[in-house]
Ligand binder design. Structure first.
Ligand code: ADP
Ligand code: MG
Length: 256
């Protein structure tokens, strides 16, 4: 028996002739702080899409807390404790920060967007949303429209929304992408302050963030795992350096 919260075994996926996941195996225990790195196009986002169920694997198994979720619909995975953020900002920019988080919370509570406006249900939802915003230090921005916030703070709103799903496993797809380095530390601090019971898998291009965050690092190249190890092991691996040598300028400039 494995004590992993999330376990991916021999997961494979091709888009036509292009192999984007090639027998990928990965395991996260409770409290894991695991980084997934690799050049653009390596298949990192696709792996997250496979795990969350937006993309169907061609082979392999995904276990969440011991349950085989490989063929579960997305919503069922979320209910079982799997949450993600996206590489790009997916917020409602014309709504307030609080409204964005309230919608996510009420969705989890299976209330319709119309219903949560009723006074009784609404008080609860707002209280929970405010607590989430406090947890990422955004409470003072609650009433502001999302579009008024600096980009780094917008990404914090997305983190609050993902946390509102009460995840056991949290998948972060480039949470700091597009965030100036002056702001990215706020995001990293919020991630570092997450409950120790949550397992976190973070895709990230900024190596300073990766090495500060991760206990383990998996390096993905052309859909296959090149290596996995501690930050010290991965940082000293000449094959990893080789992969990143030509990429370095791009690494610093962000991704996509
Ligand atoms: N839905 C899709 N259909 C066809 N090709 C795709 C699809 N999604 C991703 N790809 C391709 O798969 C490869 C891996 O993409 P992706 O997972 O986004 O990489 P990464 O996140 O590591 O940059 C890329 O070559 C990309 O163009
Ligand atoms: Mg990606």
């Amino acid at each position: 028996m494995s004590d992993a919260l999330l376990e991916v075994r021999d997961l494979s996926k091709s888009f036509g002739a292009l192999v984007v996941a090639d027998a990928v195996s990965l395991s996260l225990r409770p409290g894991a702080r695991h980084a997934l790195i690799g050049p653009n196009g390596a298949g990192k986002t696709t792996l997250v899409n496979l795990i969350t169920g937006t993309v169907e694997p061609s082979a392999g198994v995904i276990l969440l807390d011991g349950h085989d979720i490989t063929h579960w619909p997305q919503a069922r995975r979320v209910k079982r404790g799997l949450a993600r953020t996206f590489q790009i900002n997916t917020l409602f920019r014309g709504l307030s920060v609080l409204e964005n988080v309230c919608m996510a919370v009420s969705e989890r509570r299976s209330l319709s967007a119309r219903l949560w406006r009723r006074a009784d249900a609404r008080g609860d939802v707002i209280a929970e949303a405010m607590a989430l915003l406090e947890s990422v230090k955004l409470d003072e921005d609650a009433q502001r429209q999302v579009r008024e916030l600096p980009y780094g703070r917008q990404r914090l709103v997305e983190l609050a929304i993902a946390l509102g799903l009460h995840p056991k496993v949290l998948l972060l797809d480039e949470p700091a992408a597009g965030v100036p380095s002056t702001e990215s530390h706020v995001l990293l601090e919020a991630v570092e302050a997450l409950s120790e019971s949550i397992a976190v898998l973070m895709i990230e291009h900024d190596m300073d963030i990766v090495f500060r965050f991760a206990q383990r690092i998996t390096v993905l190249v052309s859909g296959a795992i090149l290596t996995e190890g501690t930050p010290a092991e991965v940082g000293a691996d000449p094959r990893v350096r080789e992969v990143y040598l030509g990429e370095n300028a791009e690494l610093r400039g962000g991704s996509r």
